[in-house]
Design a protein around this ligand. Structure first.
Ligand code: DAH
Length: 346
């Protein structure tokens, strides 16, 4: 009985692999040939067996013969079909190939979520230039020439072949997404509500919390009567939506950024521990998250807007930081590692 089962398997395999009708005929002879077919030979031993053995072996032998015959006939039909003639034979008996399912990078997930929240508040999403110049990255943002504040941004300069290039035209990889503020203002008149999520670069040595490439999301509103109250309201609404809370406590501390006046650091009460103190808020109960402020009039001047006509606020949050908080990621280097064991978790 075992021999019969094995022969059947072997025959079906050979039939599956056959690619011409003559091969199929050879297989027919090999297994079912009238004189020396492998299955035929077993059937020929039936008369010499006991009644009991005949009862068990007989039906199985017939079944095997029938199965092989059927597979042979099906194969002949398949080989003669037009599909096979054109090389497009589709063998429905082959096992399927499990498709590999991709994963979105956690930064992509967070960026999309942040975009959705701001879009629901009427913001437009802009992409930005990663390669920019000193003008847009700093000078148009009210950084005075040769001011030490620029040094703190550890900017990557792009080698320049042109002689006597002006300071403002020196090309750099953007050190922050604020580089898009003036560029966007130049091409659009207020009222403006814009966010710019994107990659930024700084010449920093890397460790668990520093990376040369990271993501920020810049945002700004420009109109005629924008106040600090609008800034606080907008950022609170964002935080509530992002962390899915009904209420969120924030506080503003003074912060210095040349392109905002007054400038702030917006902290919010740690949502992980409810303000009691935990590793995420470094036991302080507060998380420093969003530098922001009221846009300096000199920035509007760079954009060519009339003097003292508009007011606005701006903020720049770290998307990488938001992703670390959301997913409890403690080493920033994982984001750029390309390690699939990391990426596949999202
Ligand atoms: N661009 C600043 C940085 O990367 C962050 C920032 C601060 C952006 C204040 C702003 C702002 O729009 O108003 O350090």
């Amino acid at each position: 009985m075992q021999d019969l089962q094995q022969l059947k398997q072997q025959a079906l395999n050979e039939i599956r692999n056959a690619n011409s009708t003559s091969t199929v005929e050879q297989i027919r002879i090999k297994f079912l040939g009238r004189k020396s077919g492998l299955v035929t030979k077993i059937i020929q031993t039936l008369p010499s067996l006991s009644v009991d053995q005949k009862k068990r072996l007989g039906p199985l032998a017939n079944q095997v013969k029938h199965n092989i015959n059927q597979a042979l006939n099906n194969k002949i039909i398949a080989l003669k079909s037009p599909d096979h003639q054109t090389g497009e034979f589709f063998d429905t008996t082959l096992p399927g190939i499990r498709p590999e399912i991709g994963h979105l990078h956690p930064i992509t997930l967070v960026s999309r979520e942040v975009e959705e929240i701001f879009k629901s508040m009427g913001f437009q999403v802009h992409e930005g230039n990663e390669l920019t110049d000193l003008h847009y990255n700093f000078l148009a943002l009210n950084f005075p020439k040769d001011h030490p504040a620029m040094d703190s941004y550890d900017t990557f300069f792009i080698e320049n072949k042109e002689k006597d290039i002006k300071l403002e035209n020196k090309r750099v990889m953007r050190a922050h997404t604020s580089n898009m503020q003036v560029k966007i203002m130049e091409s659009k008149k207020p009222p403006l509500r814009v966010i710019v999520p994107g990659r930024c670069f700084r010449n920093e040595s890397t460790d668990a919390s520093h990376e040369h490439t990271f993501y920020q999301c810049e945002g700004f509103i420009v109109d005629e009567k924008i106040s600090v109250a609008n800034l606080i309201y907008t950022l609170k609404e964002f935080l509530k939506a992002y962390f899915k809370k009904d209420e969120v406590k924030v506080r503003l501390r003074p912060g210095y950024f040349p392109f905002v006046e007054p400038g702030f650091e917006l902290d919010f009460e740690c949502m992980i521990c409810g303000g009691k103190g935990c590793p995420v808020c470094k036991q302080t109960g507060w998380v420093e998250l969003i530098p922001c402020g009221m846009i300096q009039q000199n920035v509007f001047k760079s954009a060519g807007y009339p003097k003292n006509k508009y007011t606005g606020f701006a903020f720049g949050m770290g998307l990488t930081r938001l992703a670390m908080m959301k997913y409890g990621i403690t080493d920033i280097r994982l984001f750029m590692s390309g390690d699939l064991r990391f990426n596949n978790q999202f």
